[in-house]
Design a protein around this ligand. Structure first.
Ligand code: SF4
Length: 182
C-alpha cells in the first residue's frame, strides 16, 4: 500500500512505566516528581521522539490489584525465580514490540530505566551503599536486545538528579548541539 508522506517521527524512546506515571512507584518513595519525570520527558517532546511506555514489572507482579499499593522491596527480595520469570515474559513482549518497530523502519533511539530500582535500574542499586548492578527486568531486556541485534542506548534516570540522564540524552539526540557545533 502506498500511504501519503506525513510528518511523523521515526524515533522512539521506550520508557520505564513510572517515568510518565510516578504513581505506580512503591509507597512512600515518590519525592521528586509527583507524576511525570518532566526533564527527560520534556526533552523527548522537544526532540520529537515518540514515547512508548513499557509495562511496570513490580506493579503487575501478582496482579495490579496487589501490585499498585506495595511496599518498597530490595533487589534481594525481588530476586526470585518467580519474579525473574515474570520479568522475562514482559521483556519478551517488549522485544517483540521493538523487533516489529525496527522492521517497519523505526529507530529505537533509547531505552530509559530508573536507577536504584530492583527491576528497572540500568546501572545502580542501593544496598546499604550504592552498588553497580542492573535491575532484573533491564538485565533481561538488555540481553534480549543484544541477542536480537537491536542497537539502542540504555540510559538510567536518577529521579533525585536527572542532569546526567538529560546530558546523555542530549548527546544522543543532538550530538552536534551538545558539542557546541550546531
Ligand atoms: S518496576 Fe520499573 S516501571 Fe515499575 S515502578 Fe519500579 S522503576 Fe518504575
Amino acid at each position: 500500500m502506498n500511504f501519503a508522506k506525513d510528518i511523523r517521527s521515526n524515533r522512539i524512546a521506550m520508557l520505564s512505566f513510572c517515568l510518565i506515571c510516578q504513581s505506580f512507584q512503591a509507597e512512600g518513595i515518590v519525592r521528586n516528581y509527583s507524576a511525570v519525570v518532566s526533564p527527560v520527558v520534556q526533552l523527548l517532546m522537544e526532540r520529537n521522539v515518540n514515547i512508548i511506555q513499557m509495562p511496570c514489572p513490580e506493579s503487575l507482579f501478582g496482579g495490579l490489584e496487589n501490585g499498585l499499593a506495595r511496599e518498597p522491596r530490595s533487589y534481594k527480595k525481588y530476586d526470585t525465580q518467580r519474579f525473574r520469570e515474570h520479568c522475562k515474559t514482559i521483556a519478551d513482549q517488549t522485544l517483540q514490540t521493538a523487533r516489529t518497530l525496527v522492521h517497519h523502519g523505526f529507530e529505537i533511539a533509547t531505552v530509559l530505566g530508573v536507577e536504584f530500582s530492583p527491576s528497572c535500574a540500568v546501572s545502580y542499586q542501593y544496598e546499604g551503599r550504592t552498588v553497580h548492578r542492573k535491575g532484573i527486568y533491564f538485565e533481561l531486556l538488555e540481553q534480549l536486545f543484544e541477542t536480537e541485534g537491536i542497537t539502542t542506548k540504555f540510559i538510567g534516570v536518577n529521579r533525585s538528579g536527572t542532569k546526567t540522564a538529560v546530558r546523555q540524552l542530549c548527546e544522543l539526540l543532538d550530538p552536534q548541539l551538545s558539542l557546541g557545533l550546531g
